[in-house]
Design a protein around this ligand. Structure first.
Ligand code: F0G
Length: 431
């Protein structure tokens, strides 16, 4: 389902610059929120129905050190840092919208299956805004500690299923149907309305100029679906004259979207996408007992629920899909961190994907590219510490079995005795 508007019945701004005056009213919650200050473009709720906790205060930053890493000219790579959201990931953009809708329909309980960030976001909204009880479904051992910590700390009912995200996603849909619980996964079209604002803020950060590419990690494919909708709407409303191209980056160990679009030729095809090909791909995965497996646990997903909408987004925006290895992901993540804004592994897939698209010559070095950093660095400290660790056992346990051979940009802690001379010597040598 999509949220569709009768645009002729709402007041549409004549230019995107209209939104700038909201900055002057930052004491008003609906102008402070980086989602709701664009509410004219997601007009499904009355102002008094909106639930906001100040989400979407995020920024676009030029990233020249990464530009050189990925093979682009200085000034051509930008990072849209969504880790600055209250729960530390882009999910809050969608959760505020889903929560608002849940309140409109009078829901009492809200549920999601999650690789961690959706559940953290739901838990934060339930505890901060009240009114709803959070129920979260997670795969056992599949969720990074930072995210699990949030769900537990914020008091969500946490159900750990003996299975992975795809199992949890299937079960939560059954439970939601049976118990009438409000589902906040990105299959919920209101979630995607909120996530459209990531694109609005990207444009805002570029002084309303349209970039050439937006690169985004792909898991359940909610973001790419919502970006496609946002851009098509802006184009149809005459607020932009062209759309950027979209690049969706899977992890190689969870590469359904890449396989289906790139290798099996599945396309939107005006809505007549080849369901049979998709079904037989899923059947072959089941027969070989292939499960998603990647260090980027946020996108460790084999059956993305937003597949059709993501196909539509690629068609609308001339998009492409790629898959990157865990080695490429952790190296890109270290480069992102060294450049100033840390991110979790899944987010770094966007940077690794851009590097690959440059190597293939799909992206040109002087095009303007925005990579979306979807989640905060502190979400998954285990991956970061293992990468920089000098202990081979820690490295092997977390990264080695995933095919990561080297930490190419490791910043190892220097071991010294508790001795002033030795400490000073170490500093003189290394700094
Ligand atoms: N990046 C991060 C940090 C995520 O948490 C997710 C998804 C994605 C990228 C992929 O986004 O699903 O819109 O393609 N995390 C979900 C969760 C699945 O449960 O937290 P997508």
């Amino acid at each position: 389902m999509d949220v569709a508007y009768e645009w002729d019945r709402v007041a549409i701004p004549s230019s995107l610059r209209f939104f700038e005056h909201k900055w002057a009213k930052r004491n008003e919650p609906l102008c402070f929120s980086g989602v709701w200050r664009f509410r004219e473009l997601l007009p499904f709720a009355r102002p008094d129905q909106i639930v906001t906790i100040g989400e979407g205060q995020t920024m676009l930053q030029r990233a020249d050190s990464l530009a050189s890493y990925v093979g682009m000219r200085p000034g051509c790579v930008f990072l849209q840092y969504e880790g600055m959201n209250p729960s530390g990931s882009f999910k809050d953009n969608g959760m505020t919208a889903a929560f608002t809708h849940a309140r409109i329909v009078g829901a009492k309980r809200a549920a999601c299956a999650s690789t961690g960030n959706t559940s953290a976001s739901l838990a934060v909204y339930c505890s901060a805004a009240g009114a709803l009880r959070a129920i979260i479904f997670i795969g056992s051992g599949k969720i990074a500690y930072g995210k699990l910590a949030q769900a537990l700390d914020h008091g969500a009912l946490t159900i750990q299923i003996a299975g992975d995200f795809d199992d949890a996603m299937a079960r939560v849909q059954e439970v939601a149907r049976q118990l009438g619980v409000y589902l906040v996964n990105s299959i919920n079209p209101f979630r995607l309305e909120g996530q459209k604002t990531i694109i609005y803020r990207v444009l805002e950060g570029l002084d309303w100029q349209v970039p050439d590419w937006v690169v985004v990690p792909g898991g359940n494919l909610g973001n790419v679906s919502s970006f496609g909708k946002a851009l098509a709407e802006l184009r149809d409303l005459g607020l932009i004259t062209r759309t950027p191209r979209l690049a969706v980056i899977n992890a190689a160990g969870a590469n359904t979207f890449f396989e289906l679009t790139h290798k099996h030729g599945v396309t939107w095809n005006g809505g007549h996408w080849d369901r049979h090909k998709v079904q037989s791909y899923y059947q072959s995965m089941d027969m070989e007992n292939l499960r998603a497996a990647t260090i980027a646990s946020a996108i460790e997903i084999s059956r993305p629920v937003n597949l059709p909408k993501a196909l539509r987004a690629l068609a609308e925006c001339g998009g492409v899909a790629r898959a990157v290895t865990d080695q490429e992901i952790v190296d890109a993540k270290a480069k992102v961190g060294a450049g100033g804004m840390g991110c979790e592994p899944a987010s770094a897939a966007s940077v690794a994907g851009l590097r690959r698209l440059r190597l293939e010559g799909v992206v040109q070095p002087d095009e303007r590219v925005v990579c979306i950093l979807t989640g905060h660095q502190l979400k998954d400290p285990t991956a970061t510490v293992a990468y920089h660790s000098s202990d081979p056992k820690t490295f092997a346990e977390v990264l080695g079995h995933r095919g990561v051979r080297r930490a190419n940009f490791a910043n190892r802690a220097v071991q010294v005795r508790n001795d002033l001379t030795e400490i000073i010597q170490a500093i003189e040598v290394y700094a």
